[in-house]
Design a protein around this ligand. Structure first.
Ligand code: AMP
Length: 429
């Protein structure tokens, strides 16, 4: 019998993991540059917390089960609920604005396919304590910086849930039904969404307005916002949301976001907790979003905390890696150059260990030949694995106090006194 990974789960072999780490390193660099402090939370949380505002689509894809104590728990499908829980409890009295970051694995029982896995990784940036468009613009700028620093060519799709919600509220559609309708639109089922509204008694005039708003999208942001303003003139909350969206857009441009921004006034996202600006990140070669985020001003309060406005984003590491791969952005990257030290004969092992320690103390990566292979085999192993050089220590070297250093690129061999090995290896690497 042979065992394989469970469907939808992946192993990360050294090269795969190196790629993921490269993205995580960049995400962490941005934590520092923007002042986000990193946190970790448990993979397992109570089902009640994770499902409270997850939205129907994500809720029914959760890995949910009872632990041996009978608690109803689930594997986190995303991180925002956990971070909001912390802000509602342990960091309740922390000075605001509060900036928290994370890199975390999440689980969703999605249908496995290109860019869709059952365990995937998200980086995240959550900014608590500001209702201002400056906060929204910061989150958009961070999302932009991450993808730009990784070399991707991308666009931002930008909307505001307050527009559709405002129009629906004016028609007397309650929040629960709004969530159902926005969820349907998010899954591309606009016709069913409109039918649902009709069944709820929403007038034809309003349905037409929603259809028109759905068509207001594109990169000519000024024209679209102007038309949206016309369209929502009679809906105060929707109109205010539009003005807010315009402010956010302006500030985002001032913050140096140069990529294409597509405003989409009929855009919704699959999570119920959004209350304001929402966005997704796209590259031309992929139909699914690389990341997304938005404003969620009521979640902390819902979890028992002080009323705390919040905005955040979660770039998806797996899809970023896929996009980078397709663009060839990982090419030419290999493991860091290393040195192999080979004792010729067991008697040399103590000298080899001593030299290895000196080199590592100088921050040089060294592998020691531990299987008493002959020189020829050791050299071919080192070439195959792309080592930069090999240091040979045989009886002759031990007697003369000079190691033989072989540069595997130039194939040149030199004799190096033991106390000069660090300097010589440094210049070889
Ligand atoms: P969401 O929490 O749904 O807004 O997702 C944010 C990001 O997480 C998405 O844009 C994806 O990059 C990533 N993501 C969500 N679900 C999956 C999945 N099943 N597999 C891989 N990445 C995912």
């Amino acid at each position: 019998m042979t065992y394989e990974t469970v469907r939808g789960m992946r192993d990360f072999l050294p090269e795969d993991l190196a790629r993921r780490r490269r993205i995580e390193d960049e995400a962490r660099r941005l934590f520092r540059l923007y002042g986000y402090r990193e946190i970790e939370t448990p993979v397992v949380e109570s089902y009640a917390l994770l499902s409270a505002k997850a939205g129907e689509e994500i809720r029914h894809r959760m890995y949910e089960f009872k632990d041996l104590g009978g608690r109803r728990i689930a594997l986190r499908p995303e991180m925002t609920a956990s971070v909001a829980r912390i802000v509602a409890t342990k960091l309740r009295t922390e000075p605001k604005p509060l900036r928290l970051g994370y890199i975390a694995n999440c689980f969703r029982y999605d249908n496995p396919q290109m860019g869709r896995y059952r365990e995937f990784w998200q980086a995240g940036y959550e900014l608590f304590g500001s209702t201002r468009p400056e906060a929204d613009a910061e989150i958009l700028a961070i999302s932009h910086d991450l993808l730009q620093r990784l070399g991707l060519d991308f666009s931002i799709k930008l909307g505001h849930v307050g527009i559709l919600r405002g129009v629906l509220s004016d028609e007397g559609v309650d929040e629960g039904n709004q969530n159902i309708v926005l969820g349907l639109i998010d899954r591309g089922r606009t016709r069913t969404a409109l039918k649902t509204l009709k069944d709820l008694g929403v007038q034809e005039l309003c349905l037409r307005k929603i259809r028109r708003l759905q068509k207001l999208k594109g990169s000519d942001t000024e024209a679209i916002l102007a038309k949206g303003e016309e369209e929502t003139r009679a809906n105060e909350a929707a109109h205010t949301s539009l003005i807010e969206l315009r402010d956010i857009l302006g500030l985002t441009r001032s913050a140096g976001v140069t990529c294409q921004i597509l405003v989409d006034l009929g855009f919704t996202r699959g999570l119920d907790y959004y209350t304001g600006m929402i966005f997704e990140l796209y590259v031309t070669q992929m139909a699914i979003a690389l990341g997304g985020g938005g404003r969620y001003d009521r979640l902390v309060e819902l979890f028992g905390g002080e009323p705390t406005p919040a905005v955040g984003c979660s770039p998806g590491i797996d899809r970023i890696a896929l996009a980078m791969e397709e663009r060839g952005l990982f090419e030419g990257e290999g493991p860091p150059k290393e040195l192999l030290i080979v004792p010729i004969g067991e008697a040399q092992s103590p000298i080899v260990f001593e030299l290895a320690r000196k080199l590592r103390d100088a921050d040089i990566a060294v592998q020691v030949e531990v299987s008493s292979r002959g020189v020829r085999n050791a050299l071919s192993y080192a070439s195959e694995l792309n080592f930069a050089g090999v240091l040979l220590i045989g009886p002759r070297e031990a007697a003369s106090g000079k190691a033989t250093l072989r540069d595997l690129r130039s194939k040149v061999q030199t004799e190096v006194p033991f106390d000069e090995v660090v300097r010589a290896v440094k210049s070889l690497l």
